[in-house]
Design a protein around this ligand. Structure first.
Ligand code: GLN
Length: 541
């Protein structure tokens, strides 16, 4: 029978519930087959149509689902390949219920929040476990206990504990222990109140993790233990860590693995430890950050969603992965390409950089600025990686400046342009709905023998994840090639350009896919690795 670990959050948002869940998942997945469900309270069916500045990066799965960015943590930490069914949203839940109601599936019945909505949530959670053949399903409830939005999820997991037996559902609550200025003392009241809020919903957590800037004192652990009905061995500090990858090891050193083992195994097996390579790389990352200032690379992420770092979360993580593996600290600066359009000099902006990335994006804002930074990188031998819209901008720059197509553009930016070098894919022409209708998910590409890309991937074919509507217009493949742009990775039918590169350049590579989504600490995404390696060479480190 499947067991569940349910993670809830209290007091305030932004405490790192996703990272805590992924860390518990990391510890458990070394010994058990695990899956993860994220329950989001919003009414969007998926986050695909949300602005990344509002909600953070939209993460894309192999199966094409656009989902919550916490799936980035789950996949990076647990080594799982998540599926669309693992992300529940209230939009999805209600959509399914309302469709069934219209079909007449509930004929004669009043459709109610309890039991119908909760049954739907429970069914989805259990199906994920069954479908994945999982021993343990991690269930992260989005938001904060006390929110109206997630009350139905809490009711559903309470019922699940009843259905599956209390011993098979482990409730973990993440809370906050402040140390107020001038008081110099760790305070437990917010934790007591949020656990009480949870108790009102019929849930008694067995593990309490407290976000704090210091390790919890024995005194405060005892206090939390007494007031919240948990064993003091089960009170952990989710301490501020300089790298999120250190949290699994940190929790392990506080005894978390032992506690999980006692719950999960009942003498059946041993839970293995997080693993030394993982910890070594995580520690390396921090050591580089602390000591690597003279030997630091400066990489620019050039885009328009620079107001919220989380908009490019996986790009940032992929850079950190390469940094740890190559033993060099990567300093990341966001470059707002709109400023360049307003007249700020590209040369002055990019002079100190060792490499740049133009990441994915949508729409006109900052587009011409992106083209300008790419032109600068190409002409000044500055290592460059283009991702999705970044590939499209690189192709337009090359068409305009090397192929004599001065007006070349993407029809996304100018539908009336004559040289439609980037244009809608055929499959996209009749699409009306904007939600979930892009070319989404994992697609294969065939890589040219002897290309930089093939050597980085060390393979003649690769699968990467996609999220786009536009493509390089096949009519222009030949002129781009003639003028020296290598279309070094194509879809198996040869129609879609998936990767491009320039020879005779320190590193000029772009892809229509999002390789950052599959990057991990122990398996850095090859194209990011290539960029950081080239930047390192350029900087002479
Ligand atoms: N807007 C572009 C397209 O739809 C690129 C999308 C992206 O960068 N994810 O093709």
């Amino acid at each position: 029978m499947v067991k569940l670990v349910v993670v809830t959050g209290g007091v305030l948002s932004g405490l790192g519930k996703g990272v805590l869940s992924a860390s518990i998942g990391k510890i458990l997945s070394s010994s058990f087959k695990c899956a993860a469900v994220k329950c989001d309270g919003y009414l969007n069916v998926d986050p695909g149509t949300m602005n990344p500045v509002e909600h953070g990066e939209v993460f894309v799965l192999d199966d094409g689902t656009e989902c919550d960015m916490d799936f980035g943590h789950y996949e990076r930490f647990m080594g799982v390949t998540a599926k669309g069914s693992w992300n529940l949203t209230m939009g999805k839940v209600f959509k399914s219920i309302l469709e069934r109601e219209r079909r007449g599936d509930y004929l004669g019945k009043t459709v109610q929040f309890v039991p119908h909505v909760t049954e739907e949530i429970k069914k989805n959670i259990l199906e994920v476990g069954k479908d994945a053949g999982a021993d343990i399903v991690l269930v992260e409830i989005g938001g904060t206990v006390g929110d109206m939005e997630n009350a139905l999820y809490l009711e559903a997991v309470r019922e699940l504990a009843q259905d599956l037996g209390r011993e098979n559902v482990l409730f973990v609550h993440l809370s906050y222990v402040p140390i107020p200025y001038g008081v110099h003392e760790q305070k437990s009241k917010p934790t007591q109140l949020s656990v009480r809020e949870l108790n009102k919903m019929g849930i008694w957590p067995s593990i309490i993790a407290c976000r704090c800037s210091e390790h919890l004192t024995e005194k405060i652990k005892k206090k939390i233990s007494l007031f919240c009905n948990v064993n003091d061995k089960n009170v952990f500090t989710a301490i501020d860590v300089p790298s999120v990858y250190l949290l699994p090891g940190e929790l392990e050193s506080q005894g978390m693995t032992k506690v999980l083992e006692e719950w999960a195994c009942k003498k059946l097996c041993k839970v293995k430890s997080v693993g030394s390579k993982w910890n070594e790389l995580a520690e390396k990352m921090v050591e580089l950050k602390n000591n690597g200032h003279e030997k630091k690379l400066k990489i620019g992420i050039c885009g328009k969603y620079t107001a919220l770092g989380d908009s490019y979360a996986s790009v940032v993580e992929a850079l950190h992965h390469s940094s740890a593996n190559l033993g060099v600290h990567v300093g990341i600066d966001f470059v707002d390409t709109e400023k360049i359009e307003e007249g700020v000099s590209v040369k002055e902006t990019l002079e100190g950089f060792d490499g740049i990335i133009v990441p994915g994006g949508f729409g006109n804002r900052g587009w011409e600025g992106k083209i300008k930074v790419i032109e600068y990188a190409r002409k000044n031998n500055l290592p460059f990686l283009g991702i999705c819209l970044g590939l499209q901008a690189a192709v337009i720059e090359f068409a305009r400046n090397e192929c004599g197509l001065a007006d070349a553009n993407s029809t996304e930016m100018n539908p009336k342009v004559i040289n439609k070098v980037i244009t809608l894919m055929d499959e996209q022409r009749n699409v009306v709905d904007l939600g979930g209708t892009m070319r989404l998910g994992s697609y294969e590409a065939a890589l040219e023998k002897g290309s930089i890309i093939a050597s980085l991937y060390n393979s003649a074919k690769v699968f990467e994840r996609h999220r786009h509507r536009y493509e390089v217009n096949p009519k222009y493949h030949s002129v781009l090639k003639e003028k020296g742009l290598s279309l070094s990775g194509l879809s198996p039918n040869g129609k879609l350009v998936e990767f491009i590169e320039l020879k005779n350049h320190s590193y000029f590579v772009a892809t229509q896919s999002h390789p950052e989504l599959k990057s991990g600490l122990e398996r850095p995404a090859p194209l990011f690795y290539g960029l950081v390696r080239a930047a390192k060479l350029k900087a002479g480190i």
